[in-house]
Design a binder for this molecule. Structure first.
Ligand SMILES: [Zn+2]
Length: 95
């Protein structure tokens, strides 16, 4: 058997496309109920994944896909924080 290393796949909550887990960004609702970007991908709590496409972040955050996946209401403040984080930390680093 050749080298078929199994990479776990997850779906983006917006476009529903499957990606290898490391290619997605994990958003987590922590045990304290705080919604944040899980850079380590290992935080405890309920997680949802978004791909790198800007429209997926916009739709996921503004149209409620993320809230549905996380089963939480995200405040306007946290939504703008998430978009901000995406723009500053993810969009500008293509690799
Ligand atoms: Zn997507």
């Amino acid at each position: 058997m050749a080298n078929t290393r199994h990479v776990p796949e997850r779906s983006c909550v917006s476009c529903a496309q499957k990606f290898p887990k490391p290619d997605l960004i994990r958003i987590v609702k922590t045990l304290e109920g705080v919604v944040t970007v899980d850079i380590s991908t290992k935080s405890a709590g309920r997680g949802a994944y978004l791909c790198h496409t800007p429209s997926c972040w916009q739709r996921g955050i503004e149209k409620g896909g993320l809230e549905r996946s996380l089963k939480v209401e995200i405040s306007t403040h946290d939504k703008s924080w998430l978009m901000d984080f995406y723009t500053k930390e993810i969009l500008r680093s293509p690799e």
